[in-house]
Design a protein around this ligand. Structure first.
Ligand code: GDG
Length: 456
């Protein structure tokens, strides 16, 4: 394969030790294998947009970043991406905000990205655009004469047709995806929803081999579930920081079972419902109460968006209420932590946890589920409790205890089941999940997508 040009909203420095989005971690691993460039926003703002590029090379990855104007960030990032598309694509039309100003800023930034990146693209390069911030970028590149192969991967769900129809720009936005050669999704379900919209609302026609055709443009659809860098994570789980964290957790648990949740502080992750499910468990099984506690790590994200400030306040209240109602002098049910930790430390904490709680209300994939599996001790693995509504359930459904996160009762039952699960069953379930996490890792994902792109 020739050079790979990856374009995403943000570019983050390799091996950054703090909290990182799943996408950042996956792309760094993928890019290390290829010659290529990772292009995107620096995270910085300037008075007026210049399009000047800042190049950097570290750990085998070349990054190229641009600064945006404050208005760009307000309308494109905080606005259209985080206040319009993110809630809508996670089925939350009740909090999605539809404003023309956001849509205008979104298109402007996509055009700016296209103007800036076009001179970097050589004729043999393959271009791979990432995620919902950049739906129209392929179209903008085509308008500037780019004839390269261009692929697009969506990291979040594609919502059902009738929900998407509430977005004023739904048709235009979906139409722009036909500028790509290949469009990828984590699951069959998200792909089906896209196809359903394109066929029924736009009149796209299906051709053999998951190809959709609209106004003479053809796009191939692929399911490519993202994985983690499994070998790296398994190694991280026995690194020195992991072993220290493991020991520290076990000591502070004083013989009790640890349940762990690790999520960006986001309403899609079902944190409120998780706390309520746990509260239900505490209520239903008083004799089990002090046998277990929940460590919830939730680094804040998107703090300038109001719905994120709200969820933060709600969770603080809920954690306080539950701890207030149930805590004793020698035990607190929830340790609620609003900061990020280095990956090695996370891996050690996962390994120390008898239960991994991954219960989003809706999630494109969810990498924490896979990291939890990869970090386990094969001789004594923990149990993954996983939401049916995470993309990861399609791959890990055989080994995980699947739950409906909207039901506190189901969550409570699942916690009880996991706590009492015999070693042999835990090992069998873990084995099934680990086989998947090993075989379908991040490099497999990249290969599956780029192969599809090569073939068209
Ligand atoms: C989007 C989609 C899809 C979290 N806290 C810390 C930390 N993290 C890392 C985790 C994991 C990543 O962040 C989160 O990834 P997820 O996949 O769970 O979720 P999103 O950020 O919402 O990612 C999602 C993903 O894109 C990829 O396609 O799976 O569905 O929503 O890697 O470990 N990392 C560190 N410290 C923390 O405190 N170092």
């Amino acid at each position: 394969m020739n050079r790979l040009i990856i374009i995403s909203n943000r570019v983050s420095a390799p091996n950054q030790s703090g909290a990182q989005g799943g996408l950042a971690v996956a792309l760094q691993a993928a890019l290390r294998e290829y010659r290529g460039i990772w292009f995107g926003w620096s995270g910085e703002t300037v008075e007026s947009f210049t399009g000047s590029i800042n190049f950097n090379r570290a750990e085998g990855v070349t990054t190229a970043t641009v600064d945006l104007e404050e208005q760009d960030v307000d309308e494109y990032y905080n606005g259209y991406a985080n206040r319009t598309l993110w809630p809508l694509f996670h089925y939350r039309i009740d909090i999605a905000e539809y404003e023309r100003g956001f849509a205008g800023g979104y298109q402007r930034v996509n055009d700016r990205f296209a103007d800036t990146v076009v001179p970097l693209i050589e004729p043999d390069d393959t271009v791979w655009v990432q995620d919902y911030h950049l739906f129209p970028l392929g179209d903008a590149l085509r308008q500037r004469g780019c004839r390269n192969k261009i692929g697009f991967f969506l990291h979040i769900p594609w919502p059902p047709r009738r929900l998407l129809a509430t977005l004023p720009e739904a048709a235009t936005l979906t139409r722009t995806l036909f500028a790509y050669d290949v469009v990828g999704f984590h699951t069959e379900e998200w792909l089906d929803s896209f196809r359903d919209y394109a066929r029924n609302e736009l009149g796209a026609v299906e051709e053999e081999g998951d190809v959709l055709c609209l106004d003479g443009r053809r796009v191939k659809l692929v399911v490519a579930p993202i994985g983690i860098d499994t070998a790296e994570f398994v190694a991280a789980a026995s690194s020195v920081p992991a072993r220290l964290a493991f020991r520290q957790m076990r000591q502070s648990a004083t013989g009790r079972d640890l349940m762990v949740g690790v999520d960006r502080l986001d309403y899609s992750k079902g944190l409120e419902e998780r706390f309520l499910g746990y509260e239900r468990f505490l209520n239903e099984y008083p004799e089990e109460r002090k046998e277990v506690f929940l460590l919830q790590i939730a680094p804040p994200s998107r703090g300038s968006v109001e719905s994120y400030q709200r969820i933060r306040t709600t969770l603080e209240g809920l954690a306080g209420r539950i701890n207030g109602a149930y805590a004793d002098v020698d035990w607190v049910p929830i340790r609620y932590v609003n900061q990020g930790y280095p990956r090695g430390v996370l891996a050690g904490i996962y390994r120390a946890a008898k239960i991994g709680l991954v219960t989003p209300l809706r999630d494109g994939m969810n990498l924490v589920a896979k990291e939890y599996v990869a970090a386990q001790d094969p001789a004594n693995p923990g149990v993954l409790i996983l939401s049916r509504f995470a993309g990861a359930a399609a791959q890990l459904g055989k080994g995980a205890v699947l739950v409906n996160p909207y039901s506190a009762e189901e969550m409570s039952d699942a916690i009880m089941l996991a706590l009492k699960m015999p070693l042999e069953e835990r090992q069998q379930r873990w084995q099934a999940m680990m086989e998947n996490v090993t075989a379908e890792d991040v490099l497999w994902w990249r290969q599956r997508f780029t192969d599809a792109l090569e073939e068209v």
